[in-house]
Design a protein around this ligand. Structure first.
Ligand SMILES: NC(=O)c1ccc[n+]([C@@H]2O[C@H](COP(=O)([O-])OP(=O)(O)OC[C@H]3O[C@@H](n4cnc5c(N)ncnc54)[C@H](O)[C@@H]3O)[C@@H](O)[C@H]2O)c1
Length: 397
């Protein structure tokens, strides 16, 4: 049996444990939990965990009393780094949610904590390990494009309204969508290009679509614009558009923050330079709906182009200097495009000592350093150098 300790037993980590880790290792039990919302956790816990799972006030108490074989951190973004810094002391395999930090101070402290640690980590980056991305990476490594010289990555998010509802609009916790969302994309882009991002120029557009002046705490059920508002449950249902069809927080409320206090962007883009000298672009759009959805990348070099999209589940290879092109389709229906189950295989393998992590702590750090540079660039209008993992005197803002 694998004994798992969980810090922050929320919706995401419950799904990872119940649908993915247990699919790979049915004999896994949650034996210890640190989470102030015991009632909420009890309502989520699987029947097989209800008896063994005990609550503890601290990670230290959990490790000493519950004797876990591994740890998982599933709190909201602002607590990932503080808890991971503590976890680094125990050398237990750690499943860590992304983003690994929400500020440069947190990220540097996290890197320092792991410098002397033997704690092996799986960062929750399902896109990098998804079969479609791995296939693209293999073709690129085999020379399908020659030297990769450019990457163009798009992320038109059809469920973007979640970032203006619930906790995702709490800027204190998330620090915006470069940190919250692009951390996945800048990670897999570097993986495909085989090189870290060293410089970023970014732009963002705030307050043109979501956010606004509606009252704090307003929900659709209490709003007198349900007939006309395109975001009301009845209109989302009627127009067959994405987002919850149940009563929800107003996406045009002051609760979403403002440019002055910090708020999520309607859309944002980054121009990125790689250590290899290649460059690329990344764009994320959060008001897209229905089949406007797209997420994937086009990597090119003199010899060819490799392009894939997780929504169509297709990969195209074009030979620039021969009359052949190929299209391949991936299987459908898997969580995070098949990436979540791959992460589960990695994590269980790490615990069993039979696998190494494909998303180690360095991947999380490299990505957050690039995301923080993008955020800073969008805020200041300047190119920003990206701090590199292992840099003694890298940028500290
Ligand atoms: N990797 C991915 O693809 C992916 C997908 C979805 C969400 N996420 C990330 O997962 C994280 C959690 O999201 P969620 O939707 O599950 O949130 P959630 O609110 O459901 O879960 C957070 C949990 O942390 C608990 N918590 C609050 N304060 C705590 C504290 N001081 N100590 C310990 N626990 C505490 C809460 O009670 C809650 O149970 C977010 O950071 C989000 O970005 C990642």
């Amino acid at each position: 049996m694998i004994r798992l300790g969980v810090i922050g037993y929320g919706h995401r980590i419950h799904n990872v444990i119940d649908s993915c880790l247990r699919q790979v290792e049915p004999d896994l039990r949650v034996v210890g939990i640190v989470d102030p919302d015991q009632a909420g956790v009890r309502a989520r816990l699987a029947p097989c965990d209800q008896q063994d799972a005990r609550f503890y006030d601290s990670l230290d108490e959990l490790v000493r009393s519950a004797r876990p074989d591994a740890l998982a951190i599933g709190t909201r973004c602002n607590l990932h780094a503080p808890y991971a810094i503590e976890a680094a002391r125990y050398d237990l395999p750690l499943y860590l949610e992304k983003p690994v930090a929400i500020s440069m101070a947190q990220a540097i402290a996290l890197e320092e904590a792991f410098e002397g640690s033997r704690c092996p980590v799986v960062i929750s980056f399902p896109l990098r390990v998804s079969p479609l991305c791995e296939l693209a990476r293999r073709y690129i490594q085999e020379g399908a494009v020659g030297e990769p010289v450019h990457i163009a990555a798009l992320n038109y998010v059809p469920y973007g309204t979640v970032y203006w509802e619930k906790e995702y609009r709490n800027f204190e916790i998330t620090q915006g969508l470069f940190v919250q969302k692009a951390t996945h994309d800048l990670d897999y882009m570097s993986y495909l290009m085989g090189s870290p991002i060293v410089r970023v120029a970014a732009m963002a557009t705030w307050g043109h679509v979501f956010g606004g002046t509606k009252a704090a705490g307003l929900a659709c059920s209490a709003c007198d614009e349900q007939e006309t508002c395109l975001e009301s449950p009845r209109n989302r249902r009627r127009n067959a558009t994405s987002g919850t069809h149940l009563d929800h927080d107003c996406v045009f409320s002051v609760d979403a923050g403002s440019v002055e206090t910090g708020t999520n962007e309607d859309c944002s883009s980054a121009l990125v330079e790689y250590a290899s000298g290649a460059h690329g672009i990344y764009t994320q759009v959060f008001y897209a709906r229905r089949d406007a959805a797209t997420r994937g990348a086009t990597v090119s070099g003199y010899m060819g182009t490799v392009r894939f999209d997780w929504y169509t589940n297709e990969l195209h290879r074009v030979r620039h200097h021969a009359p052949y092109s190929a299209t391949e389709r991936a299987g459908e229906g898997a969580s995070h495009f098949g990436g979540d189950i791959e992460l589960a295989y990695d994590f269980i393998g790490l615990i069993r000592g039979t696998a190494t992590s494909r998303t180690p702590i360095e991947a999380g750090l490299r990505s957050i350093y690039a995301c923080l540079a993008a955020k800073e660039s969008a805020e200041t209008g300047r190119f920003v150098d990206v701090r590199q993992v292992g840099a003694v005197n890298g940028p500290r803002t």
